[in-house]
Every structure is written in C-alpha cells, then in structure tokens.
Design a binder for this molecule. Structure first.
Ligand code: NAP
Ligand code: MG
Length: 403
C-alpha cells in the first residue's frame, strides 16, 4: 500500500533517556511503515541543548508558532545531579517552561481509559481533564537567598517612573525570597481556552485558586474568569446545559476525589503541574496521560505528561529488558498527526491517527500490556510484555486495521 502523504511539516522535538529510546521505536514500528513523515526535527536532548546554549529549544518553539503543530518527547530538566552527568555548562531551564513561555496558552491533560484497567479511585468512571495555565507564576520567577539582616521589598516603578514599595520581610536570620508575575492578557486567554474547550468537548468547567489567602494575585484570576464568563460564555453554557463552577482550591480537591469525573478542572500553573500527576496516577499510570498545549493563536504542541522514565533508562543501559509504557507518547504522535491532517485537509492522515489509537487500546484490552498496567488490570488473560514487544503487538493490530 502507498504511504500516506503529508503537506506541512510537523515540528518534531526529540528528548532524553527512556522516552528517547521509545521515540525512535514508535517511528520505526508504527509510523514510518505507513506515513511519508514530513517533520522538521529539533533535538531537545540535553546534550544538544547544552551544545547550543539552549538555542535549540527557542528555535523549536518558534517553529511551532510558524507551522502550528508540534510533537515533543519528554526531556530532562537539569538539577544538580545532572551537572556532572552531562558535563553541563549551565543548569538549563525546563524546556517545557521555555516553550510554554513562548507559546503562552493552556495545557490540557486527560487520562486514556482502557477496559480492564481500573482507577485507584473506583468512582472515577469518566476522565478528568486538567487544564493547566502554561504561563508565569513560579515557572517565570526570580528568586534569591537572602543573608541575615536584609530587608526585602517589592518595588513597582510605573510608566511615569513613580515607585510603589511594599515590605516583604525583614530578615533576622538567613532566608529566601521569590518574585512572581502573571498578566491579565495571559489569564484572559487561559480563561477563553478553558471555556472554548469545555464547549467543544461538552464538559462542565471547574476552576479553583487560593483567593482567600492571595487576595490580589489569585483573586485576579477568579475575577477575570467571572468577567469573561458573564460577558461572553454564560448564554452558550446555558444553551449547552453546561456549568461553570468556581470554588476554593481546597474544596475543589475534596470534591474531585468524590466525583465521577467527566469535567474539565482548570488549574493555575503550579496546581496543574502537581494535580495532573495525582490525577494521572489515580487513573492508573503516568504512562496513560496525554497532554496538549494550545496557544491563543491556535498552535498545538502534543506530548506525554510523564518524564523521561530515568530509572528504566538506567536498566536499559545495563542491557536489561524494561517494560515501559509508550501509550502517552504514541497518543502525542497520533494527536499531532490528526491535527496536521485536520489543518491540511488530509482525511487519510486523520484516519491513520484514529487507527493508531484504536490499535493501542485494543492491545491493552486484549490483555497485552506493560508492567505498570499489569499490576492494575483485572483481565484474566493479562500478559506482561517488554517495551519493544508491546510496540510490536500494537504494530500487528495497526497493520490489520489499515488493511
Ligand atoms: P518520570 O519520568 O515521569 O518517572 C517517574 C516514575 O513513574 C518512573 O520511575 C516510573 O515508575 C513511572 N513512570 C513514568 N512514566 C512511565 C511510563 N511511561 N511507563 C512506565 N512507568 C512510568 O519522572 P521523574 O523520574 O521524576 O523524572 C525523570 C526526568 O524527567 C527528570 O529529569 C525530569 O526533569 C524529567 N521530566 C520531564 C517532563 C517533560 O518533559 N514533560 C515531565 C516530568 C519530568 P517505576 O520506576 O516505579 O516503574
Ligand atoms: Mg510535573
């Protein structure tokens, strides 16, 4: 059969460790035999980021703005231990943070459900989609260590040069201080992305912050959401029978646990970062959580929500077999290829993406799965396979679906 053709290149961002290994396998086993892949390749592996002084990350984000669709592999965010391991010139920033800052927008994360894999929270029968604000707060912070005897102030100089000062703290002993910001523009586009996504996917929207403690900062988020909802979305939500619901983050957390799922939970940047790991784990495995960054001007960046699975990679380096779940990374590829197909009007490419996902779910539902799912599954015929065999099993089912 002739390979499926593409028009516009996909921005392909390679990454690190076990996910880099899986990345190549997915291409070799599941994509290249069927698709004449047109991609603009950026190596975001830590070696190349270090060699290019991280310029490669900025170039990849700019290319995403230009072409509109990207697929990204998980990447190492360096910490102190990575400095000698990779002989780094600098402790480079999180590539995801850099890309999110350039593209702005909102990250939507949803678990992939398969029959036979049961959530740890048995009432969660429908997916919970986390909408994570992708700009600012602690990810764009300035911070320092402060020596004893220092006085720290917040100074704002307005356009006329007038200064407003507020005391943060006078330090008797050593300490730390941090400055963060966000913009009305970014918060507004976060709100609109969430309202639009709720209408698109016909799900209620929940939003929560800590506005009782953060009476200016978090309260601004609450107010902007309320203003935009009342002015632009209330009628549309009423017509669709959907609800927008605001509550305090503490209350949201307890309600989420007691819910059945089936809604979008909008979170500020940090809340979304940590809560998406909790939600993904509770649904079964980090390897089953997809993630897409949607920018206000309509660029899409697809990825898995998990990291580079470092522990498995070290086993792999020792020549041991691993059983690493590739589902979220496969869905990043299928999501990106489907979006490229929609934008370029290539129905064959969209249909290939659908079948890739069907083949993946069918493999698990047939009882063939990686170790993380094996411990959760109540299928009687379940069988644990290694990283490579899992992909080959998906490949067999994909070949059958594609005829
Ligand atoms: P991680 O890579 O998500 O892995 C944490 C643990 O979760 C693994 O050790 C494994 O548990 C399990 N796990 C995650 N994904 C899995 C998969 N696909 N299949 C099977 N098990 C999976 O997080 P981490 O170890 O904290 O971080 C490793 C590196 O990833 C760090 O350098 C971090 O900076 C980076 N990171 C990158 C991204 C990103 O690029 N989006 C996101 C998060 C972290 P077991 O070991 O128990 O099997
Ligand atoms: Mg995280």
């Amino acid at each position: 059969m002739a390979k499926i053709q593409m028009k516009t290149p996909l921005v392909e961002m390679d990454g690190d460790e076990m996910t880099r290994v899986i990345w190549q396998m997915i291409k070799d086993v599941l994509i290249l035999p069927h698709v004449e892949l047109k991609s603009e390749y950026y190596d975001l592996g830590l070696v190349c980021r270090n060699d290019t002084n991280d310029q490669i990350t900025i170039d990849a984000a700019e290319a995403t703005k230009k072409y509109g669709v990207a697929v990204k592999c998980a990447t190492i965010t360096p910490n102190a231990a990575r400095m000698p391991e990779y002989n780094l010139k600098e402790m480079w920033k999180s590539p995801n943070g850099t890309i999110r800052a350039i593209l702005d927008g909102t990250v939507f994360r949803a678990p992939i459900l398969a029959k036979g894999i049961n959530p740890y929270i048995p009432t969660w029968t429908k997916p919970i989609t986390i909408a994570r604000h992708a700009y600012g707060d602690v990810y764009k912070n300035t911070e320092m260590q402060v020596p004893a005897g220092s006085k720290c102030e917040l100074v704002c100089t307005d356009a006329q040069g007038v200064e407003t000062r507020q005391l943060i703290h006078s330090f008797d002993g050593n300490g730390v201080v941090q400055g963060m910001h966000n913009t009305d523009k970014s918060i507004s586009s976060f709100a609109r992305s969430c309202f639009n996504y709720a209408l698109d996917t016909k799900q209620d929207l929940w939003f929560a912050t800590k506005d009782t403690i953060s009476k200016k900062y978090d309260h601004r988020f609450k107010d902007i959401f309320a203003e935009i909802f009342d002015a632009e979305y209330k009628e549309k939500f009423d017509a669709a029978g959907l609800e927008y619901f605001y509550t305090l983050i503490d209350d949201a957390v307890s309600r989420v646990v007691r819910s059945n799922g089936g809604y979008i939970w909008a979170c500020k940047n940090y809340d979304g970062d940590v809560m998406s790991d909790m939600v993904a784990t509770a649904y079964g495995s980090l390897g089953m959580m997809t993630s897409v960054l949607v920018s206000p001007d309509g660029a899409y960046e697809y990825e898995a929500a998990h990291g580079t699975v470092q522990r498995h990679y070290y086993k792999h380096l020792k020549g041991e077999k691993t059983s690493t779940n590739s589902v979220a990374t496969i869905f990043a590829w299928s999501g990106a290829l489907r979006k490229r197909g929609e934008l370029d009007e290539l129905p064959q490419l969209c249909s290939y993406a659908d079948k890739l996902e069907q083949a993946t779910i069918a493999t698990i539902e047939d009882g063939v799965m990686t170790g993380d799912l094996y411990v959760l599954s109540n299928l009687e015929n379940k069988r644990k396979v290694d990283t490579e065999e899992f992909l080959q099993e998906i490949g067999k089912r994909l070949d059958a679906l594609l005829g």
